[in-house]
Structures are given as C-alpha cells and as structure tokens.
Design a protein around this ligand. Structure first.
Ligand SMILES: Cc1ncc(COP(=O)(O)O)c(C=O)c1O
Length: 403
C-alpha cells in the first residue's frame, strides 16, 4: 500500500482539512467514490429494476454489479444474499423484527453491544415478551468464550454479537461463537459495522446467518448499509417495510412478495449510494484488506508508545495495542471527554469523538460517564498520530489532573 499516493485520493486530506481520527463514525471518501456518485446524477439519474429504457438499464446493471462486488469481497457465492439499506442499524432492526420470534424465545447478545444491537432486542423483550441473556466480556473488553460456552443451551434462539467493538476495539471470535451457537440450533446475527472496514471478513468461513455493515464506515456514501443473509435465512425473514419494489403481484385483497433481495428493498433505492458502494468496495479490494489491517495495527502501536508517558491517561480496552483494532478510547484525569475533543480540534485541527459512543450500557457497567476516542483508517499516517499524541500531551499538561 503506497500511503503517500493513497492520501492524494482523499480531497479533505489534499486540502489540509486537519487530522481525521473519527473513522469509526464515518470514513473519509476517495475521489473514486465521489465521482461514482456524481456520475450517477450526471449520466444516469434514473431508476433501477423498473424502467426499461437505456438509462434505467445502466442503473440496473450497476445495482447487479454492486451485489456481485459485495459477494466477491465477502467470499460468498450468491449476490442476491445482499440487500441494500441505510446502515447497520436498519439491517439489525430488519432482522430483529423480521425473525419469527415469540413470547419466551431467548436472545443472547454480549454485554458490550452498540445500541443498534441492543435496543431492537430490548424493545422486542418489552413488546413480545422475549427473554434476554448477556454473554460476558472481560474487563478489557474481550469476549469470554468459555463463559459463553457454559451459558449456551438449546433454549437460546438467537445469538447476536458485534464482530468488533467501537469502544474497546476488541475483535470477537465470531467463527467460534457461530459454531457453538449453531450446535445449539441458534440463529447467528453479526454486527460487522466496525470489523468489515478494517479486516478481511470471509463470510463463507464464518458462516453466520446474518451479517450487517455500514458502507459509510468503509469509504462509501453516507447512509448506505448492507444486510447479508444466507439464502435459507432470508427466505424465512419478514421485511420491515412493504410497498413498491417488494411485491410480485398485488390485488385489492392479496399480495405476493418478491424473493430476496428485492423483498427487503421497499421503494426507490439510493442508486447513487449503490454506485458509490461499488466504488468503495473496489477501492478497499485494491488497497488489500490484509494491508489495511496491518496498517491500522502499526498506527495503534504508535499511539500506544506515543501516549504512554502522558500523566493521568487511562485507556479502555486491552493494554496490548494489537488487540485494539483501529480504536483508541481513553480518558484524562480532570478533563471531560468533550473538553478533550474540543481542545484537540482547536489546538491542531485533530478530530476525535467523545461521549458514550452509543454503548451506554457498557459505560454504565464500567461506571464511567464516557470516553474520548481516536480511530484510525488506511489514510492516516505517522504524522497524524504524532500530532495527536503531542496535542494530547500538551492538553493533559495544561488542563489535566485538576479534578
Ligand atoms: C459496533 C457498531 N454497531 C453498529 C453501529 C451502527 O452503525 P450505523 O449508525 O451506521 O447504523 C455502529 C456505529 O458506530 C457501531 O460502531
């Protein structure tokens, strides 16, 4: 991966818009993705799958090619197993509310989930009387596989876990989790929002029933997500929304649904977003997911060594930076996470995230009111990290340690 050349592909880096360390929220976009979006509006601003004119046919081809690119990227055979949606949150809601779950059925998630993989199940427990169980993570945030094995039994209907945490960065052993859960006949749902952008994800090997991603965290357009499901699982899943595009035939008193993926894509789709998704997947494939994973790890190591002498710094997640994925969550004694974020931005244009990172229950469990979080991606370089570490050290010296 030629980092100097790669950085030139990103307009906000080229124009010196500061040091972006908030990629766990949304990534920057390269020219190729932006151009794919603009090209849709300039050249083929029409509807896919319905209009038979030439312009519409081109859009339909792009939609098909994007599904094919996804199937290839995740090493699966059937492009029709990928439905487009807004984000991981919508994909997880579709699954939670679309599975034929009833009173007394049991859902197991980890105790460290993002709200998107917590709240839909929680609402279901309230509305349909489902039961909820929590698989433990350790103090550092690692998934406790032994405890999970012991807590599993044939009563658990669904196991829904994140592949990587947006707070601790820990990557969960999803292949082992899936194997164990399948042994007990449970449906396995994986929230891939933080893993898919940063590592090679082989869905053929992991073999989950469902896998959800946010394309805007992986160089793609804002508000684009994808729900993957194994064919047999998608056949049993009810859509969250109904209407145009989802039906084969309707009469005044009857309706027959299209097969997947169309039955999950109600109404006119974000065709510019789908074109941008294809460009993003191609860009990541060209860069190489193994290269990206290694690059993230090198940057995490540099953050660790660059911050270890900062007084009052406490890090959430594993002490070993190699276990922290692409995320560095931390607190400084005497400073609120929001103050840290504002000060770093004002000091040197360094953009990080602060707060509860939509993982309220995890922070409650740790009795913490939040954290600051720097998250890296393929376009960050050593200079970005050094600027972050230096600004943080200075901020801690001036404002820290006073509480
Ligand atoms: C682990 C995890 N799951 C789910 C989500 C939700 O993603 P989105 O807001 O794109 O739906 C996020 C977002 O940060 C996340 O980090």
């Amino acid at each position: 991966m030629d980092l100097t050349a790669l950085r030139k592909d990103f307009p906000t880096i080229r124009s010196g818009k500061g040091v972006y360390l908030d990629s766990a929220c949304q990534s920057l976009r390269p020219d190729k993705v932006i151009q794919a979006i603009v090209r849709y509006y300039e050249e083929t601003p029409s509807c896919g799958g319905r209009s038979v004119h030439g312009m519409g046919a081109k859009v339909s081809i792009t939609v098909d090619e994007t599904r094919e690119a996804l199937a290839d990227f995740f090493n699966t055979d059937d492009p029709d197993c990928y439905s487009f949606c807004k984000n991981t949150t919508e994909a997880l809601n579709t699954i939670a509310f679309g599975l034929p779950l009833k009173k007394g059925d049991v859902i197991m998630t980890s105790d460290s989930e993002h709200n998107s993989n917590h709240v839909p199940w929680l609402i279901l427990t309230e509305r349909r009387g489902l039961e909820r169980k929590y698989a433990k993570t350790t103090d550092e945030g690692e998934f406790d596989l032994e405890a999970f094995k012991e807590s599993m039994d044939g009563t658990v209907d669904v196991v829904s876990v994140q592949h990587a945490s947006n707070v601790t960065g820990c990557v969960m052993p999803v292949k082992e989790i899936t194997e164990i859960a399948h042994d007990y006949g449970s449906t396995v749902v994986i929230d891939g929002a933080q893993a898919a952008p940063h590592m090679k994800v082989d869905l053929n090997d992991i073999d989950p029933d469902f896998y959800c991603i946010s394309v805007h965290k992986m160089l793609g357009p804002s508000g684009m997500g994808v729900m993957y499901g194994r064919s047999d699982c998608l056949e049993k899943l009810r859509p969250l929304m109904y209407g145009g595009g989802t039906v084969g035939m309707t009469a005044y008193d009857s309706v027959s649904l299209m097969p997947h993926p169309e039955k999950f894509e109600a109404g006119l789709q974000d065709y510019a977003g789908i074109a941008g998704t294809k460009a993003a997947i191609e860009y990541l494939s060209d860069a190489g997911m193994e290269n990206i994973e290694k690059h993230d790890r090198d940057l995490m190591r540099r953050i660790s060594s660059g911050t270890e002498d900062i007084d009052g710094l406490s890090v959430l997640g594993p002490a070993n930076p190699d276990r922290r994925g692409s995320v560095f969550s931390f607190n400084i004694d005497g400073m609120s996470p929001h103050d840290i974020a504002v000060i770093l931005d004002e000091m040197d244009g360094i953009m990080i995230r602060s707060g509860l990172h939509c993982a309220h229950s995890l922070f409650q469990g740790k009795k913490l009111t939040g954290s600051a979080r720097a998250s890296v991606y393929l376009y960050n370089n050593n200079e970005d990290i050094d600027r972050f570490c230096n600004a943080l050290r200075q901020a801690a010296e001036i404002f820290g340690g006073k509480s």
